[in-house]
Design a binder for this molecule. Structure first.
Ligand code: K1U
Ligand code: ZN
Length: 186
């Protein structure tokens, strides 16, 4: 059975005074690992860290965040394309793209793990995605436009893939070298 996406706004802000989460940058090895499937018994712990993850994402600011970006090699992602005064948080556990269009779209991407680096990436324009919500329900929906791009970008993180891996080696190395220089200066 499928259910509506989880839009529980209690995920939208950290409330327990926990230390802010640090977003990893290359060459951290967790960013390059294939994340493991979430088991039903992991969900209680995931629920506890979600407010902190949403806080990190909103503060960045970002429209998505994958667990490996905060050092958790587990298959779950957050997305929220809502405005500041109309949040629309979605938590996707074990997300899978189950269908995609042949039509491709070119869209500029950024990544909180590659700060200040942007490039155009080509991906399927529309996808159908299936995931588990935090209540354990199976959810399916179609996504297009920026939402489709963001979900595909976040699922890539679960495979250890960064948006620069969709570019030529020349362009990828240029961006990664520029980022390494900028991070060294800080
Ligand atoms: O995974 C991430 O690092 C988050 C990333 C998601 C993403 C953005 C754009 C295209 C594909 C994937 C970001 O959120 S980067 C920041 C960003 O692009 C943005 C921030 C605020 C408003 C709109 C966009
Ligand atoms: Zn990213």
């Amino acid at each position: 059975m499928t259910h509506a996406a989880n839009t529980d706004l209690s995920f939208s802000a950290a409330s327990d005074g926990a230390a802010p989460l640090h977003i990893l940058t290359p060459p951290h090895p967790v960013l390059r690992q294939k994340a493991r499937l979430v088991k039903p018994e992991d969900v209680a712990e995931i629920r506890k860290i979600l407010p902190n993850m949403f806080s990190a994402m909103y503060q960045a600011p970002g429209i998505g965040l994958a667990a490996p970006q905060v050092g958790l090699s587990q298959r779950f992602i957050l997305v929220d394309l809502g405005e500041k005064d109309a949040r629309d948080p979605i938590v996707m556990i074990n997300p899978e793209v189950i269908a995609e269009t042949e039509d491709m779209a070119v869209r500029e991407e950024g990544c909180l793990s590659l700060p200040n680096q942007y490039a155009e990436v080509v991906r399927p324009e529309k996808i159908r995605v299936r995931w588990n919500n935090v209540n354990g329900d199976v959810v399916e929906r179609e996504a297009e436009g920026l939402l489709a791009t963001c979900i595909q970008h976040e699922i890539d993180h679960l495979e250890g893939v960064l948006f620069v891996d969709h570019l030529s080696a020349l362009r990828r190395n240029m961006i990664l070298r520029r980022l390494a220089k900028e991070l060294k200066r800080k």
